[in-house]
Design a protein around this ligand. Sequence first.
Ligand code: UD1
Length: 429
Amino acid sequence: MEKYIIMGRNPLSGSVRISGSKNAVLPILAASILAQDGQTIIKDVPRLKDVQVMKEVLEFLGCEIEWSGTTMKVDASKVQSIEVSDFLMRKMRASNLVMGPLLARFGWAKLSYPGGCAIGSRPMDLHLKGLKAMGAKVEEKFGFIEAVAENGSLKGAEICLDFPSVGATENLMMAACLAQGETIISNAAKEPEIADLETFLNKMGAQISGAGTDLIRIKGVEKLIAVEHSIIPDRIEAGTFMVAGAITKGNIKLENIQVSHLEAVIAKLKEMDVKIIKEGKSLRVIGPETLRAVDIKTMPFPGFPTDMQPQMMALLSTAKGTSIISENIFENRFKHVDELRRMGANIKVEGRIAIIKGKDSGGLSGTFVNASDLRAGAALVLAGLAAQDATIVDSIYHIDRGYENFEQKLRVLGAKIIRVRETYKEWEK
Ligand code: UD1
């Protein structure tokens, strides 16, 4: 299994470019199924494990795909299968995003049930409730979810989501594109990735308005065509690098930034006394000598993103004073706490609340820690950058799911981080 070895306490400097957004490209790749002919061209596609899995899902369904550098070309004209295997669903939960497009185009979709994951149970009930409202008959049997549209096509419906789920909003938008009549989704998720999906679908010929607000209207159309699209920058990767600058008391420049996607993160970092200067589509981040403790509540966008919670916990462990983090999106997203404690952090968890008694500089020390999921892994790397001596982060395959060239980018900024591969043979030597 591959690991990172990090030698901490180097202030970062220099600049890096932020890659295309993982959470934007996954639904857009799923949406490319909706084009019956032609080649969809997607640019600024990050080279990530999760994107590789979505590519495998699309190929399994019958798409022909070329992926060169950061451009992916998808020809969905030969898609015939409507079933996603258990093997692919287990590799990545976001594989469930093909349900809406398959149902829209073929009137039928069958997916293996996604099941639980490290950060919470993550059911699909909101996706299915919406599809049922659009006339799909849904059966959950033998570990599979099978949805069939009556008479082969879905019908527009008024859907009010019980919670603004990102995946449900995306799946329902894609399903509604080719439905008969108008679909209105209220209490929709407002994340920037949903607005990017709207832009992409409208280029294809869909008639969608309102993405980015809590009310989305979709007028069904007859057909969608293949188009070209560039993916928005990854706001979570950007936030992670902002924390890297702050936690090392560094001075770094991040390029390819969409500031309006990062307001909540920028506000919290400023409250902690991190200096943030906007320079066009770039951001300069300067870490202070002493970070101030703050309280954070994770919320749906435009609130503070749950995907930045672990990284901020690492940062708050090095701040002066006591901070409180309330995790309001996922019920089990504190798996990094025990690992941060191993590094000397003082954190107490009560239900969905974590109380962090910051140790100021000099607090964290390097040791062997294990990444339990993607963002928890990123948080441990960040803690390692601030810790005294060496930190070894194990199970970094989680980090590879969502960060493109993570250690290379950190090294460009002056971090001392290497990837090592250990095998039993190497131990025996
Ligand atoms: C997406 C992001 C993920 C991010 C999350 C919240 C992608 C590929 N992933 O995940 O990185 O952490 O948004 O911002 O974009 N829920 C239900 N029933 C459902 C669907 C969701 O109860 O049918 C609950 C979930 O259990 C969770 C909450 O809603 O507690 C948020 O989930 P959701 O917004 O759907 O997250 P994802 O789309 O899975």
